[in-house]
Ligand binder design. Structure first.
Ligand code: N01
Length: 884
C-alpha cells in the first residue's frame, strides 16, 4: 500500500470525534484517513489534489491498474468522447492547457487516457492511490463518527469522510439474454475491452446493442471483420462527429481569454458554451428550420442539436421536426430502403436518449459484409454454443460483442455495500429510486459524498465541468466543517424529499421521461423508473449549490463536539417552469403595477397579454353584448367543436376589479372549453375606480341571469349553469353563487374558484410569506382593494364572500389555491368554511405555483395537470359528480 500524503498525515484518530485535520502525528497512517475516495477517474484525481491542498490525509481506492476511470476501461475500437476535447479537460490547473495539446476535435480514448496519466504524473497523484483494489463494504460507525471500509485485499480502513467518485457509467449492465454462458467463441464487452486489443480479421462477428458504444465501434469492426451482424433492439439517433482538427472558432474563443472561456462554461446550461435558441421550431419557416438543422448537422455537436430550437425537448411537435430531419438523413445515406427504415428511431423523442455521435455509422450498412438484424421483428430466442438463435433463424459467429450498456448512475454506488446510520443500507434507502440532496449526499449517511451523483446535472452536462464543481463544493464543505470545529454533515430528510421532488418536477416539464432510456433506469430490468440526472442545467444547479452554502448549509445538519447545527429546509419549492418565468420577468425589470395609475396599469397588462401564447383552438368564438346592472357589457362565448347543445359556464376574468376584460383570460377560457367540452361565456363587468363596489358584483349577477334566460339561444343546455372565475373573478363567481341562492335562481350547479379573493383580511400568513416576488404582491392587493371598495364596504359578503351569514346550500365547489400566492390562505379558508357548512367542496392546493400560474396556458407545462382537474370538475358539476 502506498504512503499517505505529506502535509498533515492522518489527522483523525478513532478516539477523536472532534476535529478534522488538527495536525496530530499519525499513528495508524496506512489505515486511517481524513478522506477515502473510491475511483481514480477524473473526479477522484481532482478530489485527491484538492484534499492534499487542504492538508488532509486521503486515500483513493481504484479497481483498475491505473488512473483514467471510464477511459481506462472503455477501450473498444473507435471510443471517443462526444464533447470536444478542449472542453472535456480540467480547468483547475491552467498550466495543463499550456502543456497539453489535443490533436483532434474529439480525441480518441488512448489520448484521453494519456491526458489522465499526464495529470497524474504532473501532480504526483499515484502515491495516494491504491490500484487494483475494490471497496467491498462501507459501514458508518456512530460511536467514532467514522466510516469503516473493507477492501478486496482483506484490509479494514477507516475515514472521517467517504466519497464515491465512481462515475455514472462504470457498472456494466448484466446481460439479460438467455444462453449467454453457452457461447464457445470469443466474447467481449465494449465496456471491458481487452487492453491488448482484439484481432477480428477474417472473423464472423455479432454485435448486440446500438447505443453510443456500438455506434462508435461498428464502423471500425466492420472494416476488419469478415462479416459483421448488428443486433438492434431500438434504433438510436446519431449525428456525424465531423472529426478533424480543433475548429478555428474554438481556437479563437480560447485565444480571446481562456479563463473567461472556462468561466462561461461553468455558467452555461450544459457545461459547454453554445448558442441557446430562444425561438420555437414551430415559429420559423421550413426553409429556415432546415437550414439551421443542416448547419448543426455539418458543424455542431449534440449540445448544439438539442439547443437548435428552444422547444426541442419540451414540445413533441417541435421535437418531431428534428426527428424527421435525422430520419431523412438516414434514408439518404443507407442504400437499402428496408434497412434504412429499420435504422430510423420512431419510438422516443430525439434527445430523450443520449444522442450518439459517429463516424460513418449509417454508411457502414452499405457494406456487403454488414447485416442489420431488427430484433423487434426477429427476437433472439437464445445464445447458443455457436452463435445466436433468432426465433426464425440460426446465425453462427466466431465473436460476440456485447455493447449492452450500463447500470447507470446508481449501479456503481449501490454496488458497494454501504450501511449508514441505524443499519440502513443505501440499497434499501434507494429501493424506489435514488434519494439525494443535490446529488451530493443522502439522508442517514453522514459524511458520505457522491461526485456527479443522481440528482445532479452529471450526464446531461460536460462531465469535466460538473466534476470540478462537485469536487470544489465537497472540498470547501469539509474545509468549512474543520474551520467550524464540526465533524459530520448530513442532509435532512425534508431537504432530500424536496430535492427529489424538484428533480422530478424538472424532468416532468420535459419530454425526457417518455423514453425507455438509461436516464430513466429503464434499460435495467427491475430498476425503478425514475429520472436520474437533474435537468435544470449546470448554471442553475451551480447557483443552487452556492445558495445552499450561503444560506448556512440550508437542508443540512452538522454536528461536532459542541453540539449540532440543523438548518432544515427545502432549497427550491417553486415549480421549475414558474421559476424560469419569474427569472425572465426579473430580467425585464418591469415596473410594479401598484406604482401606476389604473389607466397605466391597464395599458401595461394589455401589453403583457399581447405577448402570451394564444391557447388552443375551439369550435367557435362569438363576441357579443348583454345587459348588465347599469348598461351593456361585452362578453365572449367559446363553443366546443363537438355537436351541441353544451352545458354553460359563466366565467369572470381576473384583474383585481380594476383590470382585464374578456380578452385578458382568453387562453384559459379556450383551454377550459376544450378540456371540459362546455360553453364558456366570459363576461366583462364594470371596473374600479370608475365603478366601485358593488358594481362588479351587480354586473356579474345580472350577466348570469341574462345568460340563464338565453341559454338555449346561446347554444347551451337550459336550466343549469356553472360559474367560474380567477382571482377577482373567483370572488365574483363565489358572490354570484350566493346571490343566486338568496334570489332563488338562476340554478347554479357548481362554482370553480381559481385563487379567489374571499376576504378583505390581510392578516393571514400567506400575505406575509408571499408578500413579494411572485407577481401578485401584498402591496398590489392593497392597491386593488383601495381602488375597489371603501373599508366599511369590504366586509360585506358582496365583497368578502367568506363573511356571508351562512354558506349553507351553496353549489358544490372546486377551489384551487397556489402555494406562493398572498391569496392562498383565504382560498383555503373559504374551502374549509364551505365544507363546514355542508357544501361539497374540493380544495386543490397547487404545489410550487403562483397566483398567475393558472391562466398561463401553453407557457407552464406544470399547469397542465391542474387545468385538466379544473375541467374535470366542470364536467362533474353537470353530471352531479360532486367533487370529493
Ligand atoms: O449503452 P446504451 P452504451 N437485447 O445503454 C442494447 C456514454 N457513452 O454503452 O435501447 C438486445 O446506450 C440496447 O437496446 P435498447 C453515453 O452517455 C458515451 O452504448 O435497450 N439489445 C442499446 O441499444 C451513452 O449513452 C460515448 O432496446 C440490448 C444498447 O444495448 C452511455 O455511455 C461513447 C439488450 C445499449 O446502449 C451508454 O452507451 C460510449 C438485450 N437484452 C458511451 N440489452 C461517447 O462519448 C441492451 N441492449 C461518444
Amino acid at each position: 500500500m502506498g504512503t499517505i500524503i505529506g502535509a498533515g498525515a492522518s489527522m483523525l484518530r478513532e478516539d477523536d470525534v472532534s476535529t478534522i485535520g488538527s495536525g496530530a502525528e499519525a499513528t495508524t497512517a496506512d489505515v486511517d484517513f481524513d478522506v477515502v475516495v473510491v475511483g481514480a477517474g477524473f473526479a477522484g484525481m481532482y478530489l485527491l489534489h484538492r484534499l492534499r491542498g487542504l492538508g488532509l490525509s486521503a486515500r483513493v481506492i481504484e479497481a483498475g491498474a491505473d488512473v483514467g476511470g471510464t477511459w481506462y476501461w472503455n477501450r473498444y475500437p473507435g471510443a471517443r468522447c462526444d464533447i470536444q476535447s478542449v472542453d472535456y479537460s480540467y480547468s483547475f490547473d491552467p498550466e495543463l492547457d499550456e502543456t497539453w495539446k489535443w490533436t483532434e476535435k474529439y480525441a480518441p480514448q488512448p489520448e484521453i487516457l494519456r491526458y489522465a496519466q499526464h495529470v497524474a504524473d504532473k501532480h504526483d497523484l499515484r502515491r495516494d492511490i491504491q490500484f487494483s483494489t475494490r471497496v467491498e463494504s462501507a459501514v458508518w460507525d456512530e460511536s467514532t463518527s467514522r466510516w469503516q471500509l473493507r477492501t478486496s485485499d482483506g484490509r479494514t480502513i477507516t475515514s472521517r469522510f467517504y466519497v464515491m467518485a465512481t462515475g455514472c457509467l462504470s457498472m456494466p449492465k448484466e446481460v439479460d439474454i438467455a444462453g449467454t454462458d453457452r457461447f464457445a467463441g470469443e466474447v467481449y464487452f465494449t465496456s471491458r475491452w481487452p487492453h491488448e486489443g482484439v484481432d477480428l480479421s477474417g472473423k464472423r462477428v455479432g454485435v448486440i446493442g446500438t447505443g453510443s458504444s456500438a455506434i462508435q465501434s461498428i464502423p471500425i469492426m466492420a472494416a476488419e471483420a469478415a462479416q459483421l451482424t448488428v443486433f438492434q433492439r431500438t434504433p438510436n439517433f446519431s449525428m456525424p462527429a465531423n472529426n478533424g482538427p480543433i475548429p478555428q472558432e474554438k481556437l479563437d474563443a480560447l485565444a480571446k481569454g481562456r479563463p473567461q472561456y472556462r468561466e462561461a462554461a461553468r455558467w452555461s446550461g450544459a457545461g459547454v458554451t453554445v448558442e441557446i435558441s430562444t425561438t420555437s421550431a414551430l415559429a420559423v419557416s421550413e426553409e429556415e428550420r432546415l437550414a439551421k438543422y443542416e448547419d448543426v448537422w455539418e458543424h455542431g455537436g449534440i449540445i448544439q442539436a438539442i439547443n437548435s430550437y428552444m422547444d426541442n425537448l419540451v414540445n413533441p411537435a417541435a421535437n418531431e421536426l428534428l426527428c424527421e430531419f435525422v430520419r431523412n438523413k438516414i434514408r439518404a445515406t443507407v442504400n437499402d430502403p428496408e434497412t434504412a427504415e429499420a435504422l430510423c428511431p420512431k419510438t422516443f423523442p430525439i434527445g430523450t436518449k443520449r444522442l450518439c455521435v459517429d463516424t460513418g455509422y449509417y454508411e457502414t450498412f452499405n457494406r456487403p459484409n454488414v447485416r442489420l438484424v431488427d430484433l423487434r421483428e426477429h427476437p433472439i430466442a437464445s445464445i447458443t454454443e455457436t452463435g445466436v438463435d433468432l426465433v426464425d433463424e440460426s446465425l453462427e459467429f466466431d465473436v460476440i460483442v456485447f455493447a449492452t450498456g450500463f447500470d447507470a448512475m446508481t449501479g456503481a454506488i449501490v454496488g458497494v455495500d454501504i450501511t449508514g446510520r441505524d443499519g440502513l443500507t443505501l440499497k434499501q434507502a434507494w429501493s424506489e429510486g435514488p434519494k439525494t440532496y443535490l446529488g451530493l449526499m443522502a439522508a442517514g449517511f453522514p459524511n458520505l459524498f457522491m461526485i456527479t451523483g443522481p440528482g445532479s446535472p452529471s450526464v446531461l452536462s460536460n462531465m469535466m465541468v460538473s466534476i470540478e464543481q462537485h469536487v470544489d463544493w465537497i472540498a470547501d464543505c469539509i474545509d468549512q466543517l474543520r474551520a467550524d470545529g464540526l465533524s459530520t454533515i448530513e442532509p435532512t430528510p425534508a431537504a432530500v424529499d424536496g430535492w427529489v421532488q424538484h428533480v422530478n418536477d424538472y424532468a416532468n416539464i420535459t419530454l425526457m421521461p417518455q423514453a425507455n432510456s438509461w436516464y430513466m433506469g429503464a434499460n435495467v430490468p427491475g430498476k425503478p423508473r425514475v429520472f436520474l440526472p437533474y435537468a435544470g442545467g449546470v448554471d442553475r444547479y451551480r447557483t443552487i449549490c452556492n445558495e445552499v452554502v450561503a444560506d448556512d448549509y440550508l437542508g443540512f445538519e452538522r454536528r461536532g463536539p459542541d453540539g449540532q447545527r440543523r438548518n432544515d429546509g427545502v432549497v427550491r419549492r417553486v415549480q421549475p417552469d414558474v421559476q424560469l418565468m419569474l427569472e425572465a420577468m426579473a430580467g425585464m425589470n418591469l415596473p410594479t403595477m401598484d406604482s401606476m395609475s389604473a389607466a397605466e396599469a391597464r395599458e401595461f397588462s394589455n401589453a403583457i397579454a399581447a405577448q402570451r401564447a394564444p391557447g388552443p383552438d375551439v369550435g367557435e368564438i362569438v363576441d357579443g353584448v348583454l345587459p348588465g346592472a347599469a348598461g351593456d357589457l361585452t362578453y365572449r362565448l367559446y363553443r366546443p367543436a363537438s355537436p351541441g347543445p353544451h352545458p354553460i359556464v359563466v366565467y369572470f376574468h381576473g384583474g383585481g376589479w380594476v383590470l382585464g376584460s374578456h380578452d385578458s383570460d382568453d387562453p384559459l377560457c379556450r383551454d377550459l372549453c376544450v378540456r371540459s367540452d362546455a360553453i364558456l361565456v366570459s363576461v366583462d363587468y364594470r371596473h374600479a375606480p370608475e365603478a366601485r363596489f358593488p358594481a362588479a358584483a351587480d354586473d356579474a349577477f345580472a350577466a348570469t341571469q341574462w345568460i340563464a334566460e338565453n341559454a338555449a339561444a346561446l347554444g347551451g343546455i337550459p336550466g343549469d349553469l356553472a360559474v367560474a372565475g380567477w382571482s377577482a373573478g373567483g370572488n365574483l363567481a363565489a358572490i354570484v353563487s350566493q346571490l343566486a341562492r338568496d334570489a332563488g335562481g338562476p340554478r347554479i350547479v357548481g362554482q370553480l374558484l381559481l385563487t379567489p379573493v374571499t376576504d378583505c383580511d390581510f392578516s393571514r400568513a400567506s400575505y406575509t410569506e408571499n408578500a413579494d416576488g411572485y407577481v401578485l404582491t401584498t402591496p398590489l392587493m392593497h392597491w386593488f382593494w383601495n381602488h375597489y371598495a371603501d373599508p366599511e364596504d369590504r366586509t360585506s359578503p358582496k365583497a368578502s364572500p367568506i363573511r356571508a351569514e351562512t354558506l349553507a346550500d351553496l353549489p358544490p365547489a372546486m377551489i384551487v389555491t397556489c402555494e406562493f400566492d398572498p391569496l392562498r390562505d383565504e382560498g383555503a379558508a373559504y374551502a374549509e368554511a364551505l365544507a363546514a357548512a355542508g357544501v361539497p367542496v374540493r380544495h386543490l392546493p397547487c404545489r410550487g405555483q403562483i397566483h398567475t400560474s393558472l391562466p398561463a396556458v401553453d407557457m407552464l407545462l406544470s399547469g397542465v395537470p391542474i387545468r385538466a382537474e379544473m375541467a374535470a370538475a366542470i364536467r362533474g358539476f353537470f353530471t352531479a359528480n360532486v367533487p370529493a
